[in-house]
Design a protein around this ligand. Structure first.
Ligand code: IMP
Ligand code: MG
Length: 178
C-alpha cells in the first residue's frame, strides 16, 4: 500500500493538530448550542470520528452518502444521493462533515438540498480543500488544509475503495490510475 504513495501530504500528527484546531473553532462558534453532525460517507468517517469526539456541545449524529466518482480519479459531475438522513432538520444547527472538496459539485448539491429543510443554519467542515479545481461557488466554513491539485488517499479517502486505512494522507502515484 505505502509503495503506491508518491509522498506524504499530511502526517498523523498534522491531521491530529488540524482536527483539534477545527474542533476548537466549532466549539467557540456554536457556544454550547446543540449541533446535528451529518457525516458524509464513506471518506469522512475517520475525520468525523476524531472531530466529533473533540466537540463539547450536545451532538446528534447521522450519516449521508453521496456519490459522484465511480472508480475514476476525477469527478463525473453527476451527483447521486445514495443515503439520506431521516432526521427532521427544522431549527437545527447542521454541521456537514466532509473529507474533501474538489470540484464542489457534491457539496453544492448537498448543501442546497439541506438548506431547503428549514435548518437554523447549515455549516460545512472539510478536512481538505483543492480550491484550484472548483467548478461551483462553494466554500467551507471550517477547512483543515488547502492542498494542490493532486489525487490523495488515506485517513478515509480512497481510490476505487482502496487505501482508506492508511493512517496518513498521501498523494497517490499516477502509475496506479494511469
Ligand atoms: P467534488 O464533488 O468534485 O467536490 O468531489 C468530492 C468528492 O470526491 C469527495 O467527497 C471525495 O469522495 C472525492 N474526491 C475528490 N478528490 C479526491 C481525492 O483527491 N482523493 C479521494 N477522493 C477524492
Ligand atoms: Mg467523499
Amino acid at each position: 500500500m505505502h509503495k503506491d504513495i508518491k509522498y506524504e501530504l499530511m502526517s498523523k500528527e498534522e491531521i491530529a493538530a488540524a482536527v483539534s484546531r477545527l474542533a476548537a473553532q466549532i466549539n467557540k462558534d456554536f457556544a454550547n448550542e446543540p449541533v446535528l453532525a451529518l457525516v458524509i460517507l464513506k471518506g469522512s468517517m475517520f475525520f468525523a470520528a476524531d472531530l466529533i469526539r473533540e466537540l463539547t456541545m450536545p451532538v446528534t449524529l447521522d450519516f449521508m452518502k453521496v456519490s459522484s466518482y465511480g472508480s475514476s480519479s476525477s469527478s463525473s459531475g453527476k451527483v447521486q444521493l445514495q443515503l439520506d438522513t431521516m432526521l427532521d432538520l427544522t431549527g437545527q444547527n447542521v454541521l456537514i462533515i466532509e473529507d474533501i472538496i474538489d470540484s464542489g459539485n457534491t457539496l453544492y448539491k448537498l448543501k442546497t438540498l439541506l438548506c431547503e429543510r428549514n435548518a437554523k443554519c447549515v455549516k460545512l467542515c472539510t478536512l481538505l480543500d483543492k480550491p484550484d479545481r472548483r467548478e461551483t461557488p462553494i466554500t467551507a466554513d471550517y477547512t483543515g488544509k488547502l492542498i494542490p491539485n493532486e489525487f490523495v488517499v488515506g485517513y478515509g479517502l480512497d481510490f476505487a475503495e482502496r487505501y482508506r486505512n492508511l493512517p496518513y494522507i498521501g498523494v497517490l502515484d499516477e502509475k496506479v490510475y494511469s
